[in-house]
Design a protein around this ligand. Structure first.
Ligand code: ADP
Ligand code: ZN
Length: 732
């Protein structure tokens, strides 16, 4: 290929244009001044328009003649927005999840910055620089000069208003004062109380720290019971890396839900900590992001997307509550946070620390097999005991005439808690709206004969379906086990729980937290703060209240419908149930008073509940992993769904056939890799006017993954979207 050298004064920029389309997913060349830095964002002429682009390289040679190359139209950002690591990650992400490079690069920038909607907020200051002689008639100037000599500096706008713009400008011209522009950071959550007292580490904590420091493994799994002081371990790891001149990323499932975490970080690390969170205003997010990019802040705290924080020289990445499903992205690119984090840990030579009281089965299996370094904390801080879990059999309650949402045991415990002035949390499963079929008389659950997962009721066809194989069953009129007729179970909402509570305990102050009552970026935080300040006695809520809170006065937790997630039609339903019960129970009795938990269920003998009640993670894991092996579910297989969505039903069906045909071919060539393959309507047939179909498969390993992505990419078009989901958390 011919090479053309520049004639001096300019060089060639390699630019990726910000268009999410595979046809323009390549590097374009433009000429640019030789001061242009790699990582800058630019505007370039493209197809008669000017569009945004990212400079991924600058070169002195080009493969095109210079007169064929157009110049860059505009240059943003000083310093460049993208750090060098972005280009490495861009390649990995675009290869792994098969997205255009521009889509991968977008992950690294706050969206409002890409769209040019927010800007740095600047304030001007007048500063004293030197004394000068003044004409006696210049009274205003003399006054202003005296003022600024005394104060040293002043806000320019106010200074000019006070002494007159003419006088201030004159002083400026004469060199007596200087104008300085300063960037003002819009700081989120600034009213937060800072609470941090230096703690003496327990033996278990300092052993954990030594272990993390000395292990030669890249990834560490901290498995510690709730209240075992994992947060303190993370903070110490971060502090150590900061001392070494390195940076850190701290990920939590949902940052606005953990104000305690924020105040601890602020108190300990001050301005070194920056918060990246979708709930911030655009301006706040922009400023926090630049504080990290410029090196002023060294610790990024946030939910999933903060894994892309613009930090260089990362020493540690922490993923707290690593089992949480919010760490899987449900829109393109459909990445697993831990995968991105391990790319970054590898690149930076950083430690990756996963923590949980209830690690995901897949993570724990990796720790068991030696891929991760396992650190176990079995005791709560100060030897506090874990709360006792009492099981209430709700089927028995119904049989004996109790039709309320509360068992007698729970009512009695609530009564005692309120009388002693302590607080209670009542937890309702959000998945209460999932329509599985359970017999209210005996606890029987309808399951698929092929897949051994619970069936879901579809009202429009009045039938039961398996979301894993598409099998259909007739709706039951009576329970096949006991003949009872209360078979369709649909959940109780938080609203009804609150109104029942008001009848039972008219004097209790009740707070409700779910998607209906929470709005705005501080919504969660406000409710949680009210509860923490003891402005209420009972907090009723969904999944949102399960995560990581520390309310010392809470001594009772009621789990109103433990079965809901147990029978959800997902191979992980047992795992999710165990996790939820353990997490929610962990909210009880965290301070000096012993806590209690009442767990309401129709399956009191269920083994998952038994393990949870005994806090027996190991027992749960051994049982679960054996089951996964026997039934060929992940980690012993890979569930892949190729989704086809299209506004035109006929077209969607045509694409579905093509995709399915290609998968069939693949199965012919690799018959041993396939456990299951079929095509079907998606359980939810239409969303936002798009028809939804799917090819579902279960594969023995990940070896065909790339070929499956090929099929999706090859069949995707502008009007019909085809994409792959790996082990999707949600099959709707
Ligand atoms: P986890 O994250 O494992 O659930 P936390 O980190 O929230 O546990 O710790 C539980 C409680 O113990 C918190 O109130 C925390 O302030 C306290 N704590 C943690 N470490 C220590 C320590 N070394 N000494 C005293 N208290 C501690
Ligand atoms: Zn099935």
């Amino acid at each position: 290929m011919a090479q053309f050298f520049n004639k001096g004064g300019f060089v060639f920029a390699e630019v990726i244009v910000d268009i999410a389309h595979s046809q323009v997913d390549k590097v374009f060349e433009y000429s640019c001044p030789d001061s242009l830095q790699v990582g800058s964002r630019v505007k370039v002429p493209f197809g008669g328009r000017k569009i945004d682009g990212f400079v991924i390289g600058v070169s002195r040679v080009s493969s095109y003649p210079a007169d064929k190359i157009k110049p860059v139209a505009e240059i943003f950002d000083e310093p460049p927005a993208l750090i060098p690591e972005c280009f490495d990650l861009m390649e990995k992400i675009s290869a792994r999840y098969r997205v255009p490079k521009a889509v991968a690069l977008r992950l690294f920038l706050p969206s409002e910055m890409r769209l040019g909607k927010v800007h740095v907020s600047i304030r001007r200051y007048a500063k004293f620089s030197k004394e000068i002689g003044l004409n006696s008639s210049a009274k205003k100037q003399a006054e202003a000069l005296r003022f600024i000599m005394k104060e040293g500096e002043a806000d320019y706008a106010r200074f000019a208003e006070e002494f007159g713009r003419g006088a201030v400008d004159a002083l400026c011209k004469k060199g007596a004062i200087e104008i300085e522009e300063r960037k003002i950071a819009r700081s989120p959550f600034s009213g937060l109380p800072e609470n941090y007292e230096k703690k003496t580490l327990t033996k278990a904590q300092s052993d954990a720290l030594d272990n993390i420091e000395n292990s030669d493994k890249r990834i560490h799994l901290v498995h510690g019971v709730t209240g075992s002081g994992k947060t303190e371990i993370y903070l110490n790891v971060i502090a150590r890396e900061i001392e070494r001149g390195r940076t850190a990323i701290f990920l939590v499932p949902e940052i606005s839900l953990t104000p305690q975490m924020l105040s601890q970080l602020r108190a300990r690390f001050g301005g070194s900590a920056a918060i990246l969170h979708s709930g911030l205003s655009a301006g706040e997010r922009f400023d926090e992001w630049w504080r990290l990019r410029s090196g002023e802040a060294k610790i990024a705290i946030g939910a999933r997307s903060a894994v892309f924080a613009p930090l260089e020289n990362i020493g540690a990445i922490i993923i707290d509550e690593e089992h949480d499903s919010s760490y899987s992205s449900e829109s393109a690119p459909r990445y697993e946070t831990v995968e991105i984090a391990s790319f970054r840990a590898e690149y930076n030579g950083a430690k990756l620390i996963l923590g949980s009281a209830t690690p995901s089965v897949e993570s724990f299996a990796k720790a068991r097999d030696g891929e991760y370094n396992l650190i176990t904390l079995t005791e709560r801080i100060n030897g506090k005991s874990l709360p006792e879990i009492i099981i209430s059999d709700m089927c028995k309650e119904v049989r004996s005439g109790n039709n309320t949402a509360f068992s007698r045991a729970l009512r009695q415990e609530l009564d005692e808690t309120l009388k002693s002035g302590r607080q209670a949390i009542l937890f309702l499963n959000r998945r209460g709206y999932s329509r599985h079929v359970v017999c209210r008389d005996c606890g029987y659950v309808a399951k698929c004969e092929n897949c051994d997962v619970s069936l879901t009721y579809h009202s429009e066809e009045n039938c039961l379906k398996c979301h894993y194989c598409g099998a259909r069953y007739r709706m039951l009129n009576a329970c096949p086990d006991c003949g009872g007729t209360h078979v369709l179970y649909s959940g109780t909402g938080t609203q009804r729980v609150v109104s029942d509570l008001k009848t039972l305990f008219p004097d209790a102050r009740i707070l409700r937290m779910d998607n209906d009552t929470v709005s705005g970026k501080d919504g969660h935080y406000k409710i949680l703060r009210q509860f923490a300040e003891k402005q209420a006695d009972i907090l009723v809520g969904t999944q949102m209240i399960a995560k990581g809170h520390d309310f010392p006065a809470v001594t009772l937790v009621g789990i109103l419908d433990a079965d809901m997630s147990l029978h959800f039609s997902d191979y992980r339903s047992g795992e999710r149930t165990f996790q939820l019960i353990t997490q929610v129970s962990g909210r009880s009795g965290r301070a000096d008073d012993k806590g209690k938990v009442v767990l309401q269920t129709c399956s009191p003998e269920n083994h998952i509940l038994r393990y949870a009640v005994n806090y027996d993670y190991k027992g749960f894991f051994d049982n679960e992993i054996a089951l996964r092996k026997a039934t060929c579910f992940p980690p012993y297989s890979l569930i892949c769904r190729i989704m086809i969505t299209c506004g035109d039903n006929d077209k969607a069906i045509a694409v579905l056939k093509e995709v399915y045909f290609a998968c069939e071919e693949l199965r012919k060539n690799f018959p041993d890799e396939f456990i299951f393959l079929n095509k079907m309507h998606s359980p939810v047939k239409k969303i936002q006017g798009k028809f939804r179909y799917q090819v579902l498969m279960r594969l023995k390993s990940k070896s065909l993954l790339e070929k499956i992505y090929d099929i999706a990419v090859n069949n995707s078009a502008n009007d019909s979207l085809v994409y792959v989901e790996e082990n999707p958390a949600n099959l709707s």
